[in-house]
Design a binder for this molecule. Structure first.
Ligand code: MFK
Ligand code: FAD
Length: 514
């Protein structure tokens, strides 16, 4: 076969070859911090392009399986994951992908360093980013609400760099009656005086980190007060508490868990998502009773930022690979990069990616400040905390919707090759799509934004508008931009007024309805 062979597009180093990421990091990091961490960012890209690619390919080829019975018909529920999946855990520990955020070597900048590294790491880690997100969220909950024993025995291991010590966590919320509406949770927790622990039974409909070492889960609490009526429980989400449990004991036996089956999913095939039956899972309560949703929201707020980061990473790869192809593919006598209409398409993708990475790292920077600085400082208490609470659901929705739309555009930019499984674009499209659903769907997170506005009486939105105005301020005096800057300011003011009124009315309606 001597005919034409297309030169293969190859992205070498997603840090060095991406001016967007470098400029975002320059904006948020002091020069000395950026210089110090840069070699680590370069090396993680090199790893992602070599061992990482081999591992993710293996993870896709050899998907998780469940061996439910042994040859003597005994229930064993053995989850079989590929060696490549297990290797990812070792690498995640060694690379400190969770640890960096909690060591806080660079104070408020540690989260930016961690998220930048995660973004580059995900192209070689694939769906292993999912258990890592939950592990990070679990560490944050224990840091905020855990007992000293949980900090010593669990937190220290979730944030360890030692592969022998490092453990991961799951997040079990969703049940058959409700994933968005967790107030319909059926799982129950009963105090076991003998074990001095809670015994949890029920059915968890989705568990993605099924091979995790520990898990955070919600359950409906039986009132442990001996004078309370037997089995008395509170209804709705106000009856739920948060629990921490080991998934397996020292011998590897499941802790009151039966793996009902593995899910047959549209994408995220490398991830062992399962349905779980719980029967007497031994657990400890985390934080106050009946505050389960509030306490677990610390995980949600971390994993939603991870969704933003994961989608930004996907967009980065779409843009870099489309640009690479445009430099190599010739059509109608010119390279794609020199065809004006194609260039316009790619420019639009790049714009989306730039906006998304700015938005993501803006939120990450606030998260870093909240975690590393004194929360009693007025700029943290009155500004950063409400602002991040407002922006996190918006970030998650924005990134998920745009990353999926961009996956379609990227596929089209590769023509027929884009539609071929071998190029990996189909897989990327299926994988990125899940971000619109897990960790809260678009409408549920839209309602969450209204919840924040109602809770803060519109202050959070006002803060956001002020922030945008501050960003626009330097443009006001520039003739080319002054009209646009003024327009944005006026619109923001209107939006703020409109939504605050809407949120207030909505809250009043809800209160009246209940
Ligand atoms: C690379 C990416 C990797 C990502 C991996 C992810 C893997 C996939 C894992 C999953 O999908 S795990 C399951 C995720 N599930 C969800 O995201 C549930 C979506 N549903 C919601 O978010 C609902 O809005 C919610 C469950 C929170 C509704 O519950 P409630 O109890 O009906 O809400 P309510 O009563 O309004 O709120 C209870 C309290 O929590 C309130 O505080 P107070 O009691 O003090 O008033 C709320 O303010 C507070 N709250 C709710 N959401 C919060 C929050 N506080 C802070 N942050 C939040 N996000
Ligand atoms: P529903 O809540 O029934 O939603 C159905 C539709 O109703 C959606 O379009 C939603 O937007 C809409 N809706 C709901 N409430 C409202 C409202 N008030 N107003 C308007 N519209 C509304 N969960 C875990 O706990 N742990 C996991 O590890 C986990 N892993 C997952 C992995 C994958 C691959 C997937 C796909 C899901 C996973 N989930 C996990 C579950 C996920 O979080 C839920 O599927 C999600 O929160 C939605 O819940 P649901 O499936 O019950 O849908």
């Amino acid at each position: 076969d001597t005919g034409f062979k297309q030169e293969v597009p190859e992205v070498q180093n997603t840090f060095l070859e991406d001016p967007v990421m470098v400029s975002v990091l320059k904006r948020y990091l002091p020069g000395d911090v950026l210089s110090e961490i840069s070699p680590d960012l370069v090396q993680i890209c090199e790893w992602a392009n070599s061992e990482g690619v081999a591992l993710t390919t293996r993870m896709e080829e050899d998907q998780p399986r469940l061996r439910q019975y042994d040859s003597w018909c005994r229930r064993v529920d053995e989850l079989l994951v590929t060696e490549a999946w297990t290797k990812q855990k070792e690498i995640a520990a060694r690379e400190g992908v969770v640890a960096i955020a909690y060591e806080r070597k660079y104070g408020q900048f540690s989260r930016i360093y961690q998220m930048a590294k995660l973004m580059l790491w995900t192209s070689g880690a694939g769906l292993y980013s999912c258990p890592i997100a939950m592990t990070d969220g679990c560490a944050r909950v224990i840091e905020l609400s855990g007992t000293q024993q949980m900090k010593d025995e669990v937190f220290s291991r979730l944030t360890s760099r030692d592969p022998q010590e490092f453990i991961t966590s799951g997040q079990w919320m969703t049940e058959r009656p409700g994933g968005s509406d967790v107030g319909r949770t059926e799982t129950q927790a009963v105090w076991n005086q003998e074990l001095k622990a809670w015994s949890i039974s029920g059915f968890k409909w989705f568990s993605s980190a099924t091979d995790a070492d520990v898990t955070m889960l919600l359950a409906r609490t039986h009132d442990p007060d001996p004078s309370a009526a037997a089995g008395s429980m509170r209804e709705g989400s106000k009856g739920l508490s948060l629990y921490l449990a080991r998934v397996r004991d020292d011998k590897g036996n499941l802790n009151g868990v039966r793996i009902h089956r593995l899910k047959d999913k549209v994408g995220t095939k490398a991830l062992p998502t399962a349905e779980l039956e719980l029967d007497g899972m031994v657990a400890q309560q985390v934080g106050a009773s009946y505050r389960g949703v509030k306490n677990i929201s610390a995980i949600l707020n971390i994993t939603r930022v991870y969704c933003g980061m994961g989608c930004t990473a996907a967009m980065q790869r779409f843009v870099l690979s489309v640009k690479e192809y445009a430099r190599r593919r010739e059509v109608f006598g010119a390279l794609l990069k020199d065809q004006p209409l194609h260039l316009a398409t790619v420019a639009n993708m790049e714009l989306q990616y730039r906006a998304t990475s700015q938005f993501t790292f803006y939120c990450v920077a606030i998260l870093g400040r909240i975690e590393a600085l004194d929360n009693n400082l007025p700029e943290i208490k009155d500004r950063d905390i409400p602002l991040l609470r407002l922006l996190t659901p918006i970030l998650k929705v924005w990134c998920a919707k745009n990353a999926f739309a961009m996956s379609q555009e990227a596929m089209e930019c590769f023509g027929g090759q884009g539609y071929m499984e071998e190029t990996g674009l189909g897989r990327a499209m299926r994988d990125v799509l899940v971000n619109t659903i897990w960790e809260g769907t678009t409408n549920v997170l839209s309602l969450d934004v209204l919840r924040v506005m109602a809770e803060t009486g519109g202050d959070a939105l006002e803060l956001y508008c002020e922030t945008i105005q501050a960003i626009m301020a330097p443009l006001r005096d520039q003739p080319r931009w002054s009209k646009a800057a003024k327009g944005v300011e006026e619109s923001l003011h209107l939006i703020s007024k409109h939504f605050t009124t809407y949120a207030t009315l909505e809250t009043r309606n809800l209160l009246e309805a209940s």
